[in-house]
Design a protein around this ligand. Structure first.
Ligand code: NAG
Ligand code: NAG
Ligand code: NAG
Ligand code: NAG
Ligand code: NAG
Length: 441
């Protein structure tokens, strides 16, 4: 009942503020989403009152309410507590090496790992906007995203099912985005594919193979597997800033720790130009012709730099709510010192590093020189390659243009700007300054 009046007010708000042309998709989907997703993990329905109905209140989870709980207790330095479930979020940007960092958790036998579950929220709520720059739309997305993350950490998978299209029947679906990227979803008991002639146990290292051999995903079994693991990790490139996560971080029941992965924006750009050929068509044109197209859209790279910069400004102020909950990781450091950085990461999280994870790193980075033993993850090639290989992929003009747009961020993260083409191509001279970004507690 509460949901129905709320839904009407929400729609009015949405149509005013969002000016979203396809409002009809909202009107058919929102009531369902808001009323089913907004159940607290404890099972009690959420009580929303009219005053909560700011746009932020579109959460329906009424996250505002949680900020009334006393702010997080002071944290001592992380110590390992075998009984305490830790929830990990890898907060990243597209093409910043997040698949690689995700593997550092995916390979751990005690971690339940999910790859980009927020893809489904985005494709239902904002199908045509990959990275919306409209504030109101971003808020709607973030409210739904937070609710879904909270449910997933508590292994409530019905919220996720609500976003999967077509809707799973009998809790079974073959439409979970990149299911094969999650080991837990490709191994027993979730997947009981028959063993091949040479196999002693089911080891699926290839995403496609998982999807092919495991059949549709039994979501109930996935939820069981989630509950059976000690910890859960989720990777996302769909949360713009750390402040978007504040209510989750402050939620004492969640024990959430965030690893923000950053990368030199010039490296992000070079990698995106290779990967998203349509979206970055004009950049490729620039590279090919040597002339900057007059209608080049700087928006994408500006957004990347702005978002990371805002997050950094937030964390540099060391707010109480981030104490012991936040770690900044430069992709370049991970690429150069994978084992050392992984140990630091696990120590921050208070988790015991597993031998399997170390083996995976050795197999998949320069630490392991046997190239033929590499797995077929698309991500692996990137990490093994020089993290600075953008320097041979971008033209000098493109680099100057980008570093001008992102100057404050480059300084803050310790990436050197260049002034001459000779500096750009001289790879024996690194553009990554040595910096320590220590978690604070
Ligand atoms: C919201 O806050 C009020 C007052 O602090 C509390 O009584 C109520 O239980 C809270 N509701 C939820 C769903 O947390
Ligand atoms: C769902 O389960 C019911 C009962 O077990 C069965 O009758 C029905 O055929 C199933 N539907 C599909 C699409 O598998
Ligand atoms: C999913 O697994 C559960 C638990 O083993 C089982 O009861 C259910 O029938 C399975 N669902 C499908 C669609 O196979
Ligand atoms: C590492 O490579 C070896 C040899 O190819 C393989 O047997 C082992 O399973 C790999 N380990 C991991 C964690 O990938
Ligand atoms: C490349 O950089 C190194 C270290 O800064 C320098 O010693 C060397 O002279 C440079 N090479 C060229 C060709 O500029």
């Amino acid at each position: 009942m509460q949901c129905s009046w709320k839904y009407i007010v929400l729609l009015a708000l949405a149509s005013l503020a969002i000016q979203y042309t396809a409002i009809r998709t909202f009107s058919t989907k929102l009531p369902y989403l808001l009323c089913s997703v907004g159940i607290e993990p404890t099972g009690q329905a959420v009580n929303c009152s009219l005053k909560d109905l700011t746009l932020e209140g579109l959460d329906c989870g009424c996250d505002e309410n949680l900020s009334h709980t006393p702010s997080s207790p002071t944290f001592s330095l992380p110590t390992y507590d075998a009984n305490k479930r830790t929830h990990i979020l890898i907060l990243a940007t597209t093409r910043s090496g997040s698949s690689f960092v995700g593997q550092l958790f995916n390979q751990h036998p005690e971690v339940f790992y999910l790859f980009e579950p927020l893809y489904h929220v985005q494709s239902v709520l904002l199908p045509r906007l990959a990275q919306s720059r409209n504030l109101a739309e971003r808020r709607v997305m973030m409210g739904a995203a937070r609710d879904l993350l909270r449910s997933l950490y508590h292994c409530h998978f019905s919220s996720l099912e609500n976003y999967i299209r077509p809707h799973p029947v009998n809790h079974s679906t073959d439409k979970l985005f990149r299911r094969g990227a999650s080991r837990s979803l490709c191994s027993p008991p979730v997947c009981e594919a028959p063993l091949g002639p040479d196999e002693q146990s089911l080891v699926l290292t290839d995403e496609g193979e998982c999807v092919k051999r495991c059949g549709p995903l039994n979501v109930s079994l996935a939820a069981d597997a989630c509950r059976a693991r000690h910890h859960a990790a989720i990777k996302t490139v769909r949360i713009p800033q750390i402040s978007d996560l504040r209510v989750l971080i402050e939620d004492p029941r969640l024990n959430l720790k965030v690893v923000q992965l950053v990368r030199d924006p010039r490296g992000i750009l070079a990698s995106r130009i290779e990967t998203f050929r349509d979206t970055y068509r004009l950049w490729r044109l620039w590279r090919a012709t040597g002339r900057r197209p007059h209608n080049l859209d700087l928006g994408q790279i500006n957004t990347v730099c702005e978002d990371i910069l805002r997050s950094m400004s937030t964390s540099l102020a060391r707010p109480t709510w981030l104490r012991g909950r936040y770690m900044l990781l430069r992709y370049e450091d991970m690429a150069r010192f994978p084992l050392q950085k992984t140990r630091e990461l696990y120590s921050f999280l208070g988790l015991v590093l597993n031998q399997r994870v170390e083996d995976w790193i050795i197999n998949n980075t320069r630490g392991g020189s046997d190239l033929s033993s590499r797995h077929k993850f698309t991500t692996v090639r990137d990490s093994a390659a020089n993290a600075e290989n953008w320097r041979v992929k971008l033209s000098f003009d493109m680099v100057v243009y980008t570093q001008t747009a992102c100057q404050p961020l480059l300084e803050l993260l310790g990436y050197k700007t260049i002034f001459h083409p000779r500096e750009l191509r001289n790879l024996s001279h690194s553009l990554v300054e040595d910096r320590m970004f220590l978690p604070f507690s």
